[in-house]
Design a protein around this ligand. Sequence first.
Ligand code: ROI
Length: 157
Amino acid sequence: MPIAYIALGSNLGEKKENLLQAIALLKNKGVKILQVSSFLLTKPYGVIDQPDFLNGALKIEYDKSPEELLELLLEIEQEMGRVRTRHWGERVIDLDLLLFGQETRKTKKLTLPHADLENREFVLAPLAEIAPDIITPNGHGTITELLIKLRKRDVEK
Ligand code: ROI
């Protein structure tokens, strides 16, 4: 069965409860949760005038397509009352599909691996806890190597 990785984020309301609820809803919908990272409080990236985020990552097993998984993630975001305010704004829950086996996509709806994976410490840090040695399909290195590279880049800025 294909293994996929999902990023979780919340910066509104009870952040920890929101992440736990999203995991429970995934389970209810038949997704097998294999591993849950710790949750890290992170400074907002991109649009910085918003509350800190609580971020985490999941390793799951899923027997349908990446597109179906994406639909499921969007469904959960909606069920949890995510309101899209501004682009890259605050949200109760954000579920991003990061990796799906060795699948690659570049469609309007879905980019695999996630387009901004290598630039986001708040994604790579929890992911490195549960999948330090996996190599992304585009072959830029292991998750640990990507995280080290990103941290070096940030120091040099
Ligand atoms: N920044 C952090 N730290 N964590 C997130 O989950 C997050 N999500 C986003 C943007 C607004 C890009 N920034 C973030 O969508």
